[in-house]
Design a binder for this molecule. Structure first.
Ligand SMILES: NC(=O)c1ccc[n+]([C@@H]2O[C@H](COP(=O)([O-])OP(=O)(O)OC[C@H]3O[C@@H](n4cnc5c(N)ncnc54)[C@H](O)[C@@H]3O)[C@@H](O)[C@H]2O)c1
Length: 316
């Protein structure tokens, strides 16, 4: 049955892909964004759709309470938060505002409408992990005063508000802890590793690696993440968190070498000193979301080929 669904952060990479999927499923989709890290371009193609409505607003502002008056939301996907490693410094306060005032505003609207909620938290809430893989019972290792804390602690605070609203008000809300995800719709100015490498290739220069490249990451293609968000919204238990991420972690240097090979890029790799403390590795334990019926379907190589076809069509 068609539902009214609100997406916060619809101008971002995941939000715009999610909106397209929900429109394709036949829902009425409402989106908000303040374009702090998202783009108007991501919303432009959605706005052409008769079942899509957009409001430009900061979710942390008082005005958020008045948006889309007269509409009762059945579901809310709460994604809005500035992302990106350089923004840990430049948008630190905005991250904290989105994760605190913003999350309160979104959950209050959900309470008011009786909407189901899914909040996208992050693998970074585990901080510098001491346990591999990280499953949902691991409480993490975060420095509350460190430079990464506006994002890490912000997301943890949002999780705490959500759990409180579930316990206190019976809100039907769950958390998905998103691990590194990539796909079309990412800005190439995004400092996340795959778009960053693609930008180097597009500009005809060596891939830039911060540190020695031995730090590992696992990667998930966006369509697999969207399937995880849908299944967690549908079947996830209120107040619970579900990791969603890719298997087979790969050192950043090997990832760069694989991309060089797939794109036939001749300029190699160069190493630079890291500008902020990096996490050595991250690996999602995904058994919990798998019990809901989720499974990764797209391998890293297949996903990278899709990225090359999208961003570097001349190389396919
Ligand atoms: N992509 C990943 O690998 C990844 C990993 C972990 C967690 N996540 C989480 O998933 C969500 C979506 O991530 P993404 O990759 O699409 O990032 P993104 O930066 O592309 O999207 C986030 C969107 O939220 C918007 N936004 C930020 N603050 C806002 C505010 N106060 N009011 C309204 N809009 C605001 C931004 O402008 C942007 O469009 C985020 O919550 C992020 O923390 C993503």
């Amino acid at each position: 049955m068609a539902q009214n669904i609100l997406i916060t952060g619809v101008g971002g990479f995941i939000g715009s892909n999610l909106a397209q999927m929900l429109l394709d499923e036949g829902h009425e989709v409402f989106g908000v964004d303040n374009f702090s890290t998202g783009t108007e371009e991501n919303v432009a193609h959605l706005s052409a759709h008769s079942r899509f409505a957009f409001h430009e607003i900061d979710i942390a502002s008082v005005g958020f309470r008045d948006i889309f008056q007269g509409v009762r939301f059945d579901e809310i996907y709460h994604l809005a938060c500035p992302t990106g490693v350089p923004n840990l410094v430049t948008l630190a306060e905005e991250m904290l505002h989105a994760c605190s005032f913003g999350t309160y505003n979104v959950l209050d609207r959900a309470r008011n409408d009786g909407a189901k909620v899914l909040f996208t938290s992050t693998a970074e809430m585990y901080g510098q992990p001491e346990k591999f893989p990280q499953d949902e019972t691991y409480n993490g290792n975060v420095d509350p005063l460190g430079k990464r804390s506006p994002y890490e602690e912000g997301k943890r605070f949002s999780e705490s508000i959500l759990a409180t609203y579930v316990r206190k008000y019976g809100l039907n809300a769950r958390v998905v802890r998103v691990f590194n995800t990539y796909g079309p719709g990412m800005s190439l100015n995004d400092e996340r590793v795959i778009p960053h490498f693609l930008k180097c290739i597009l500009e005809g220069r060596p891939l830039r690696i911060y540190g020695d490249g031995s730090q590992t990451r696992s990667h998930l293609f966006v369509s697999d993440l969207l399937a995880g968000l849908r299944i967690a919204m549908e079947k996830g238990t209120p107040g619970e968190a579900y990791n969603c991420g890719g298997g087979n972690p790969i050192p950043i240097r090997e990832l760069g070498e694989l991309l060089l090979e797939l794109s036939s890029h001749p300029h190699g790799i160069e190493h630079h000193e890291h500008f902020i403390e990096d996490h050595r590795g991250r690996l999602p334990g995904v058994e919990k979301i798998e019990t809901l019926g989720w499974k990764q379907t797209i391998s890293l190589e297949e996903g990278l080929q899709k990225m090359i076809a999208h961003y570097l069509p001349a190389r396919t």
